[in-house]
Design a protein around this ligand. Structure first.
Ligand SMILES: Cc1cc2nc3c(=O)[nH]c(=O)nc-3n(C[C@H](O)[C@H](O)[C@H](O)COP(=O)(O)O)c2cc1C
Length: 406
């Protein structure tokens, strides 16, 4: 680590959980940003990642033994605990959290946590029941009161097959928390993020097409999938504009949101957000609107129901996919289908001129307006069928794929 000129240093404690492999990706991100990483691997941690991988990625020696004569001679455990600007525990197991909260020091990782005089950041990862257990929550509260910072855990599907809070925060999110704590210049964050310097446009939610001042035509889209994608793209470093129809969702962190109601407003706002490297068109846009909006509320006693005539709305996806030099490099459309999902979605891909279609079968229970999604990714030359997952997980996978494609 001594070769980092004026650089910041992190002592990274890797605990024994399935998510330990993500500590490797975190190490890579930190090193890419010029942050030094000195790893401590617990005995259980070494069951999940090898010391060799950690040593190779960190370009440093891996410490794992409190009673190593060589290590003590070269750098005593107290010295080790002070040798960085920040101590990061990722994944922080229930066990490490409990030890740290109670001042136990039976191994190198816990001794380091007790001996350090540096700020500590923990990224917990464990089964949802373990995380929600009063003992863990008590320990986390104790550590927070002691000044320890936390990032995550995220909510989502877990390796153990259960669902809920307990999943390790994604490496870019932990990285961002580290950079913040190290008070490092913002450029360092951006350089290491996979979508650094990229602009993304996401449309989400339903549109609302008015009939009269109080009524209108809309649909059941909740906006959740689009919001999750906007948030996931922002977490990978993209500058995201989210053009949103009327929904009741909070704006994801780091996302710029533009609220619209009608399809025509959505098109104008989307065009104003160009140029973009990627456009993800998730909004459920009304195909038609009434040709003339009534200026006052329609009354029941006016001789029967009103005769409404409809006109077609602009096709936002097709318009932006054909916007010449302004066309996003990657245009991703969404298709909500009720039958023959793949065939209809592939036809839509060709008709609209987009690069990918993410198709979902909205007849599946819990998809439209729900929190889960089962999707097909249809590209020009292949189709992928993804397992049913939470909309957050689907969003993360889509953002990852976009990062690989750009
Ligand atoms: C397959 C497997 C996965 C595990 N995953 C986790 C986990 O994600 N989080 C956790 O807190 N403990 C997990 N454990 C339990 C820890 O490995 C165990 O508590 C260990 O003593 C933790 O040691 P450490 O805190 O020193 O790393 C897992 C155990 C096994 C066998």
């Amino acid at each position: 680590m001594s070769d980092i000129p004026g650089g910041k240093r992190v002592l990274l404690i890797v605990g024994g959980g399935v998510a330990a492999y993500k500590a490797l990706e975190l190490t890579r991100l930190l090193r890419k940003a010029g942050v030094g990483v000195r790893p401590i691997l617990t005995k259980a941690g070494a069951e999940f990642v090898t010391p060799l991988s950690l040593a190779a990625l960190s370009e440093d020696k891996v410490y794992d033994d409190l009673f190593s004569l060589t290590d003590e001679a070269e750098m005593g455990h107290i010295q080790l605990s002070r040798s960085a600007d920040l101590v990061v525990v990722a994944p922080a197991t229930a066990d490490l959290i409990a030890k740290a909260a109670n001042g136990l020091a039976g191994d190198l990782a816990s001794t380091t946590l007790l001996a350090t005089d540096k700020p500590v950041l923990m990224a917990p990862a464990m089964n949802v029941r373990m995380w929600l257990h009063p003992a863990t929550q008590r320990n986390v509260a104790t550590l927070k009161a002691d000044g320890v910072s936390f990032v995550g855990p995220d909510e989502g599907a877990m390796a153990c097959g259960e669902f809920g809070p307990g999943r390790l925060a994604e490496p870019p999110e932990i990285f961002a928390a580290i950079v913040k704590m190290l008070n490092a210049p913002a450029e360092e964050i951006f350089e290491a993020w996979p979508l650094a310097g990229k602009r993304a446009l996401v449309t989400a939610g339903p549109t609302f097409e008015p009939i009269d001042p109080v009524r209108g035509i809309t649909n059941r889209s909740s906006g959740r999938q689009g919001y999750a994608i906007a948030g996931a793209l922002a977490k990978l470093g993209a500058k995201v504009t989210l053009v949103s129809g009327p929904v009741s969702l909070p704006t994801p962190a780091g996302v710029e949101r533009v609220d619209v109601e009608t399809a025509r407003e959505m098109l104008a706002a989307a065009q104003a957000a160009l140029p973009a490297d990627v456009g993800v068109f998730v909004a459920a846009v009304a195909d038609w609107r009434v040709d003339e909006v009534f200026g006052s509320k329609l009354k029941k006693d006016k001789g029967g129901p009103p005769a409404l005539t409809f006109v077609e709305n602009p096709d936002i996806l097709a318009t932006l996919a054909a916007s010449g030099p302004n066309r996003p490099k990657l245009v991703v459309g969404f298709a909500a289908e009720t039958d023959d999902v793949e065939a209809h979605a592939r036809a839509k891909l060709a008709r609209k001129g987009c690069d990918w279609i993410i198709a979902n079968d909205v007849t599946e229970p819990g998809v439209m307006g729900g929190t889960e999604n089962a999707v097909l990714l249809i590209a020009k030359d292949h189709t992928e069928r993804w397992e049913r997952a939470s909309k957050d997980d689907v969003a993360r996978s889509i953002a990852q794929r976009i990062a690989e494609a750009l």
